[in-house]
Design a protein around this ligand. Structure first.
Ligand code: AMP
Length: 182
């Protein structure tokens, strides 16, 4: 399906904050996108567009901004939502994955019984940078027996190579807008 469509200018809804949280980083703030009735609806529509005809069991969002977008995507697709959370937040039995940050190591977790063998899942987060967070989430999904349909992000920072890294892992990656730099 290659229907022509009007692509809305998502950039104008995203606020760029230089030197946050530290010098050299430009923080891409989506609170301004979320606060806009048109921006939020259009972003969710664009996120789900390639997956309207796909067989999907769950949408999976990564804490915290992935919950907001992933929840909306799940609702819109008529599917359930599964959270991937930071260490120690989920109340039931979990499986976890460590991943490297610029300084140190972090850990994300998912309920051990949340994803069943062969469940088809769509991963959603706000932004992909180095891809470390998403790669850890994908490892968790695959270890749970899940079948990853695709990973969808509003923002791609291609200079950091995360989307390319995911594609090398055999993942279909869908992003809405790219920004240069970190
Ligand atoms: P990464 O694991 O490097 O792909 O980083 C992705 C996660 O860090 C996402 O959940 C983003 O919310 C956050 N993140 C990384 N870089 C930025 C940035 N420049 N602006 C806003 N959020 C960022």
């Amino acid at each position: 399906m290659n229907e022509p469509r009007n692509v809305f200018d998502i950039r104008r809804y995203i606020r760029s904050i230089p030197d946050y949280p530290k010098p050299g980083i430009i923080f891409r703030d989506i609170t301004t996108l979320l606060a806009s009735a048109h921006g939020l609806r259009a972003a969710v529509d664009e996120l789900i567009w390639p997956f309207l005809g796909e067989d999907i069991d769950y949408v999976i969002g990564i804490e915290a901004r992935g919950f907001i977008l992933g929840g909306a995507v799940a609702h819109e697709l008529g599917k359930g939502f599964v959270p991937i959370r930071k260490k120690g937040k989920l109340p039931w039995k979990v499986i976890g994955k460590d991943y490297e940050l610029e300084y140190g190591i972090d850990r994300i977790e998912v309920h051990a019984d949340a994803i069943g063998e062969g469940d088809r899942v769509l991963l959603v987060d706000d932004l992909i940078a180095t891809g470390g967070t998403a790669a850890a989430a994908i490892d968790l999904i695959r270890e749970s027996g899940g079948d990853l349909v695709a990973a969808a992000f509003v923002i791609d920072l291609p200079d950091l190579g995360g989307a390319g890294k995911l594609r090398q892992m055999g993942v279909k990656v869908h992003t809405l807008v790219e920004f240069e730099g970190e």
